[in-house]
Design a protein around this ligand. Structure first.
Ligand code: ATP
Ligand code: MG
Ligand code: MG
Ligand code: MG
Length: 439
């Protein structure tokens, strides 16, 4: 992409309404624009990162054997009356009626809708296990939408639902989600710690939240510092193996890690004092096992091998896809701007032409652009006729991992400058070497 043809409405002023750094940088970098309270338009740069995050989510769901689909945003109130949640859900649910006076709602979550799909099409234990998911916009009329995309009213969520014959199988599905989430967040450059949590309006007895530690997090968390040494890495996991998934769950959940909702001071005090940590965290996902809470009232049953009709055991599993942009920026930035982890960066490298219009500099930039593109990488070429300082400030703000600076002086010696956004270190290299380093 050439910056002269892109749409990157960078703000010079720090927007006064933004209280936390991720919100400020997302506005300043022209990633989002508020449409109304807690509702945002995703401008091209923000949309690109959103897509990258969504792609990682899809890839890791596929790896775990979960099946993608898409359910609508608008739902009929009738299903929610069946489950009993239409009245329970309260003011967070946006309710409306259509021209025939039928009660509708903008889905805050999808347990009812997916259970209805399941009961219409599945009748035998032979069709289980089954896990379906989608990545779709949700609406929750939050009392205090704030912090930009972190607590929006309209937000993008991955929500998945497992259907199993037995509790044991459903707990395996739970473990499978925990394992796949660990890898999902790590690929985004995040450490998201599974913590024992409270189930809230979804209901159920088993649940973990995934929290990214950050001062601006809305949850208070308590944990054993040893937990932050754990890395999932690129282990090969057989997602069908109950033992393997269970082992990962035990490894990642055996140390004390809880949110304020489930915090237990007595248990916490059993950890050696130097390992006790109190901090703040951002909830980027949650997994639930809730048994037959929805299948029973809604009649989602299958025939077991003895021919008996039994309600299926279910769970639901969410990732805050749009909130993740904020969480990643909170975890990775400096005073000049965002520092994107490689896995989610909107472009792989920025090319800064110090002397636009200089035949040699222009040609060198074009050649770099072509070589990076040929390698399947996406460069962003700042080909505007602007002074170097402004170009550098924009590149720092939007946080691409690499910047290649090209100017007539360096080119005389056959070199360009390659700068790492994370370390700030620069090196003079031949253009081909710079490309090699980025690839
Ligand atoms: P919170 O405690 O922050 O209100 P929640 O527990 O109500 O979140 P869940 O029902 O667990 O949310 O939804 C799954 C995920 O969706 C959450 O872990 C979070 O990452 C994301 N999410 C929830 N509410 C919002 C929101 N208002 N804006 C952006 N993301 C959200
Ligand atoms: Mg909530
Ligand atoms: Mg919560
Ligand atoms: Mg939650």
């Amino acid at each position: 992409m050439r910056l002269s043809r892109y749409f990157l409405p960078v703000l010079k002023e720090t927007p006064s309404e933004a209280q936390i750094v991720s919100h400020r940088y997302m506005l300043r970098a022209g990633m989002i624009k508020q449409a109304s309270a807690g509702i945002y338009s995703w401008l091209p740069l923000g949309f690109k990162v959103l897509r990258k995050i969504e792609d990682i989510v899809h890839q890791e769901q596929a790896r775990a054997g979960h099946i993608a689909m898409l359910m609508p945003t608008l739902q009929s109130a009738d299903l929610w009356r069946e489950s009993g949640r239409y009245d329970d859900y309260g003011a967070e649910m946006l309710r409306m009626s259509d021209r025939h006076g039928r009660d509708m709602l903008y889905g805050p979550t999808n347990e009812e809708l997916i259970t209805d799909i399941f009961r219409s099409h599945v009748g035998s234990y032979k069709d289980l296990p089954l896990t379906l998911y989608h990545v779709q916009w949700k609406f929750r009329d939050e009392i205090r939408p704030r912090f930009g995309v972190m607590r929006g009213r309209e937000f993008l969520m991955k929500d998945g639902y497992n259907f199993d014959l037995t509790k044991e199988d459903a707990l395996h599905a739970y473990n499978r989600h925990l394992v796949s989430y660990l890898r999902t967040y790590e690929r985004m450059g995040l450490q998201a710690i599974p913590m024992r949590a409270d189930s809230g309006p979804i209901g159920g007895d088993d649940t973990h939240e995934f929290l990214v530690l950050a001062e601006t997090g809305e949850s208070e968390v308590f944990y054993d510092s040893q937990i932050t040494d754990l890395k999932f890495g690129d282990r090969e996991i057989d997602f069908d193996s109950h033992e393997q998934c269970q082992a990962v769950l035990e490894e990642f959940t055996s140390r004390y890690a809880r949110t304020d909702e489930t915090h237990d001071e007595t248990l916490f005090n059993q950890i050696p004092e130097e390992r006790r940590r109190t901090a703040r965290g951002i909830e980027v996902g949650q997994i639930f096992y809730f048994g037959t809470k929805y299948s029973e009232p809604m009649g989602a049953t299958v025939q077991d091998s003895d021919g008996n009709k039994v309600p299926v055991h279910m769970g639901s599993h969410g990732i805050g896809v749009s909130r993740l942009l904020g969480a990643i920026i909170e975890a990775s930035h400096d005073d000049k701007g965002i520092i994107w982890p490689e896995g989610v960066t909107p472009f792989h490298a920025g090319i800064v032409n110090l002397k636009q219009g200089d035949a040699e500099a222009d040609a060198a930039c074009e050649a770099l652009y072509a070589s990076l593109t040929a390698l399947g990488l996406e460069p962003l070429y700042d080909d505007r006729n602007e002074r170097a300082g402004g170009k550098f400030a924009t590149m720092d703000l939007i946080g691409l991992p690499w910047r290649i600076t090209v100017g007539p002086r360096g080119l005389k010696n056959g070199v360009v400058e390659l700068t790492s956004r994370r370390t700030g270190e620069s090196e003079e290299l031949a253009p081909e070497q710079a490309v090699e380093r980025i690839a």
